[in-house]
Design a protein around this ligand. Structure first.
Ligand code: ADP
Ligand code: MG
Length: 235
């Protein structure tokens, strides 16, 4: 009985989300349509600006859909052993330039070889969501420090920024669908990140101080030496 109730509740949440995601996606798509219609009539310098806006709006729509689909079905993907250091190196290649472009720095420290079980692409998405939030919270001299170390039988990832921080009310709303303080925020990023980490048997804690910065601590079980190298999770 408990199980079926839980399932019904989950389905309800997902269908509620689907309805509002569809609504959310309509706006950027309509803006894009409008600009593309203007483009077909005009042939002047302004065209470049319209194209830029159109592309940004399309990217935004794609982002919302990706976030939502990850929330709805994160467990369908196969998991395997992940080398954390290797994953962080790949992350540095994508997010280092992103931080620089916004006037700050991303420093990644990962000395030992550590392995966990999980989905590389999903974990990358979770970390990208967190780093993006840190970048969007940049003030002057933005700095994000991401470290990975083994502590006991766990891998601990820490993401610390010196950005604008959050007050206790903001902190308590983190992960609630559509909670965003940004004019162009989706309010889905943290929810998706939490869900991915939960599905990978990890935990996540946010600590923050308004005007000082934010520190995120993520823990995963270190992979057992005898664990099989790949596992397919049941639905
Ligand atoms: P979005 O980024 O689209 O607003 P998120 O779920 O990623 O949605 O984040 C929700 C809100 O939490 C943000 O709008 C912001 O107010 C706050 N937040 C999250 N991470 C940080 C951070 N590192 N520093 C300051 N505020 C943050
Ligand atoms: Mg975000």
């Amino acid at each position: 009985f408990n199980l079926s109730l839980e399932r019904t509740e989950k389905l309800k949440i997902i269908s509620d989300l689907a309805a509002s995601v569809a609504h959310e996606v309509r706006n950027p798509l309509q803006v894009t349509r409008g600009f593309l219609q203007l483009l077909s009539k005009k042939d002047d310098q302004q065209s470049q600006g319209y194209i830029t806006i159109a592309v940004n709006e399309l990217d935004r729509a794609a982002e919302i859909i990706t976030d939502f689909l990850t929330f709805a079905k994160p467990e369908l993907e196969a998991i395997s052993r992940l080398d954390i250091r290797e994953l962080l190196e790949q992350l540095d290649l994508i997010m280092g330039p992103h931080a620089s472009m916004h006037g700050g720095r991303l420093v990644i420290v990962s000395e030992e070889k550590m392995e966990i079980m999980g989905s590389a692409s999903k974990l990358k998405q979770a970390l990208i969501n967190l780093i993006k939030n840190s970048v969007e919270a940049f003030r002057e001299e933005g700095l994000i420090e991401l470290s990975a170390r083994a502590e006991g039988r766990e891998v601990v990832l820490r993401i610390k920024d010196n950005g604008e921080g959050m007050d206790s009310e903001q902190l308590s709303k983190l992960g609630v669908p559509y909670f965003s303080t940004k004019s162009k925020g989706t309010g889905l990023g943290t929810m998706v990140t939490m869900r991915i980490i939960e599905v990978m048997n990890g935990s996540i804690i946010f600590q923050s101080q308004k005007g000082k910065g934010t520190e995120v601590t993520i823990r995963f079980p270190l992979v057992d030496q005898l664990a099989p190298s790949t596992v397919k999770l049941p639905h």
